[in-house]
Structure formats: structure tokens, C-alpha cells
Design a protein around this ligand. Structure first.
Ligand SMILES: Nc1nc2c(ncn2[C@@H]2O[C@H](COP(=O)(O)OP(=O)(O)OP(=O)(O)O)[C@@H](O)[C@H]2O)c(=O)[nH]1
Length: 391
């Protein structure tokens, strides 16, 4: 890591979360990233789970002055302790431009994301650049079918890097493709086999660009993408879940977090909501409030770009993890000058897609004949068929 004093103290540090199931190839990808030019003023935080030192030895020597290793167990369980303190300490140095946190293969990344959104000290120093999930093409399908952590890691990703394609049979690859499409259709996918540099393809994928400007929100949502071989162009047009889609739920048989109150036996999937034209600010706020109250625990991640009535020329950007909503941001203008209504991408575990769609329809005027209307919902949110208090 260079000790440049050029890094602006006022500019937030971009944080990348590098996740992926045990043995997926995270350290291999990290080593490759760090060998590429341009990763100056970067620190790497590695969490180990009972294997202290092993990954540190694997991460190449020239990065060692920027490598911090955590050792107090699973990152998702200790997130409010050592990781937060380490990140704050790094932030206070004032010289860093980027931090990459490699999670253990068993970590659920969403508490880490939620801490980033909820902790004022972290917010002062950091902006989330993105979540990169490494998926092993050989073991990936089985991991995704049987392990909740693997699904959660994939679900919250902005970028998915497929490794070990060289070892996988074509059938396994197409099974993996289908699982990824179901769990997270909007993330950009790429293969580690590429000879291209990885950094430009997996870093700087958040809304805040390195130069302080804002990226195209549609690319951030996964609506457009110039990178992926199987990008998310169609993700926004995904069909609503049908009963058929639930025929083979991906189940968790070995969730080690059951003692910590994490959900398991979950069906993790993504879907999107779309509204043409602007939405009233109050209606949006009410929708989000109810979404958070009733489905917050099951919402792993939500991203949205919304045209609102009072400032239709300035898109509102929303970013939520579980019950936490990042402070909404207004972009100066619509990319290309064309307002694009409202687009929301929701990724959840056991999320009731039908109820969320009904709720959205109730607040945006797109009512179906069998859905509650907005007045009824506002008078009595519990009137929504199937909603139970406390979700
Ligand atoms: N054939 C093949 N092997 C790979 C590929 N990527 C990684 N590996 C191998 O897979 C093994 C695990 O890779 P790591 O990078 O240590 O995986 P990890 O996700 O950091 O592992 P944990 O920290 O244990 O969760 C190593 O032996 C790598 O050399 C790939 O694309 N093809």
C-alpha cells in the first residue's frame, strides 16, 4: 500500500465486501486483484474462522502492510466488535481510498452491510462500493441448494465471479446459471477465466465513483450493464413468482447460525418492481415504512431508483439492507435526460413477493382487482390480506 497523502480526507473510503462460500476462490481472486496496477491506498481486512494465519500467508507479501486480520470468529457475528473498530481505526488514518473486507466462507454478509448503514462512525468514513461474491462452479450448485449462507452471499452481490469453470461439467454450469438467475438476476456475472484485469470489472460498482461523481443508477440496479456475459438486461422484466417457481425450494440443511437467531430454511430469491411515471413522496415513504415493518427481517437487500412527483427531474436513490435504509440520495439528473419512473430490486429470504407487489400497487395506483387499495392500507395496514403484525 502506498502512503500517498493525495487521498482526500473528505472523500469517503470505498468499501468492497468480498464474499463467497468456503473454498470458492476468494483469496485467489484477492491476490489477483492486488497484483493488478492501480490498487493504491488500499487496505485488506481478512476474517479467519478458526484458521488464523492461513489466508494471511496466501495473500501476497507486498500487501502485508495493508492487511489486517480479524480472529474473533465469524465476521457476521462479531461485526459490531472487532470489524467495526478496525474499520473506524483505518478510516481515521485519513490516507486510504479503498478497503476490501474478505469474509469467511460461512459469513452472512447482510449484518455487515447493515452495520455499514446503521453505524454513524462507519458512515462518516465509508461508502459501500459493492459486494463481490465468488462462486465455485464445481461445488456452487450443491452449496446453493443446501447452505443458507451461500444463498445469502450470492443474494446481496453486485458482482458475481465464477471460479473453477475449468473443473465443472456443462450440466453443472447450466444448473448454476439457473440458480443464480433465481437468487440474484441483477448482479453482473463474470468468469475468473478472463484474461482481462479484474479490478475495473468488480471494483467501483457502487453509486459513488472514485472521482466523487455518481454512476449511472441503472447500471447500479443491474438494468443495464456493459460487463457481463449474462448480464441483467432482463432482470427488471422478470416474471412474478408462480407456484411453479416454488417447486424446488433451495433449502438450508446445515445453518450454523441457528443459535444466533438467524433465519434458516429460507428460499432466497430476487424480484423487481416497476412503475411508469413519478410516485408521490408520501406514498413512497408509506410503502417503505410498511415494507420495512412487515418484511424488513426477510429483506436481504433492496436497491431502487425512483422518480418522485415533487422533483421528477432528480432521481431518488434508495438502498436498504434488512430493516435499514441508507439515507436516500438525490441524483442531479436522469442519465441520458430521460426520466425512468420507479424501479426497485428486492432480494429476500422467504419474502412474500405477492404481498410486496400488492403493497407497492396500493401505493402507486396500480391496483389489481383483488388487492387492497391505498386508503384501506393507510387506515389499517393490517387489512392487507395475509399481513401479520411483526411479519
Ligand atoms: N481449478 C481451479 N482451481 C481454483 C480456481 N480458483 C481457485 N482455485 C483453487 O481453489 C482452492 C481454494 O481457493 P481459495 O482462493 O483459497 O478459496 P477461498 O474462498 O479463499 O477459501 P476459504 O478461505 O477456505 O473459504 C485453491 O486451491 C485454489 O488454487 C479456478 O478457477 N480453477
Amino acid at each position: 500500500m502506498s502512503d500517498h497523502s493525495t487521498a482526500s480526507a473528505a472523500r469517503p473510503i470505498r468499501l468492497t465486501l468480498l464474499t463467497g462460500f468456503l473454498g470458492a476462490g476468494k483469496t485467489t481472486i484477492l491476490n489477483r486483484l492486488l497484483a493488478e496496477p492501480g490498487l493504491t491506498d488500499t487496505a485488506v481486512v481478512v476474517n479467519e474462522f478458526g484458521e488464523i494465519g492461513i489466508d494471511q500467508m496466501l495473500v501476497e507479501a507486498e500487501t502485508s502492510d495493508g492487511l489486517i486480520e480479524l480472529s474473533d470468529g465469524c465476521l457476521c457475528c462479531s461485526v459490531r466488535g472487532e470489524l467495526v473498530e478496525t474499520l473506524i481505526r483505518l478510516g481515521e488514518r485519513g490516507t486510504l481510498a479503498r478497503v476490501v473486507v474478505e469474509t469467511t466462507g460461512l459469513a452472512d454478509p447482510s449484518p455487515i452491510l447493515a452495520a455499514l448503514m446503521a453505524d454513524p462512525d462507519l458512515q462518516r468514513h465509508y461508502v459501500l462500493d459493492g459486494v463481490v461474491c465468488v462462486v465455485d462452479a464445481l461445488a456452487g450448485p450443491d452449496n446453493l441448494m443446501s447452505r443458507a449462507e451461500a444463498r445469502r452471499q450470492l443474494a446481496v452481490a453486485d458482482r458475481i465471479v465464477l471460479t473453477k469453470r475449468d473443473l465443472a461439467e456443462p450440466e453443472a454450469l447450466s444448473r448454476l446459471d439457473a440458480l443464480i438467475a433465481r437468487i440474484n438476476a441483477s448482479a453482473v456475472r463474470l468468469s475468473s477465466e478472463t484474461s482481462e484485469m479484474l479490478a475495473p470489472r468488480i471494483l467501483d460498482c457502487g453509486l459513488a465513483r472514485a472521482d466523487g461523481t455518481l454512476a449511472d443508477p441503472r447500471a447500479w440496479l443491474g438494468v443495464v450493464s456493459g460487463h457481463a456475459p449474462s448480464d441483467a438486461r432482463d432482470a427488471m422484466a422478470q416474471k412474478p413468482a408462480s407456484d411453479e417457481d416454488h417447486e424446488s425450494p433451495v433449502r438450508d440443511d446445515h445453518d450454523p447460525h441457528h443459535e444466533h437467531g438467524h433465519h434458516h430454511h429460507g428460499d432466497v430469491r430476487s424480484f423487481s418492481l416497476r412503475h411508469d411515471g413519478p410516485i408521490e413522496e408520501e406514498a413512497l415513504a408509506s410503502f417503505l415504512e410498511l415494507l420495512s415493518a412487515f418484511e424488513g427481517d426477510r429483506l436481504l437487500r433492496m436497491k431502487a431508483v425512483v422518480q418522485t412527483r415533487r422533483q421528477p427531474e432528480r432521481p431518488l436513490v434508495l438502498h436498504g439492507v434488512r430493516g435499514f435504509l441508507h439515507p436516500p440520495a438525490r441524483l442531479p439528473a436522469w442519465p441520458g435526460g430521460e426520466p425512468d419512473g420507479a424501479r426497485l430490486v428486492l432480494i429476500g429470504e422467504n419474502l412474500d413477493e405477492r404481498r410486496v407487489r400488492d403493497l407497492f400497487a396500493a401505493f402507486t395506483g396500480g391496483l389489481r382487482s383483488d388487492a387492497p387499495d391505498r386508503a384501506a392500507v393507510e387506515d389499517n395496514p393490517l387489512a392487507i390480506p395475509g399481513f401479520r403484525f411483526g411479519g
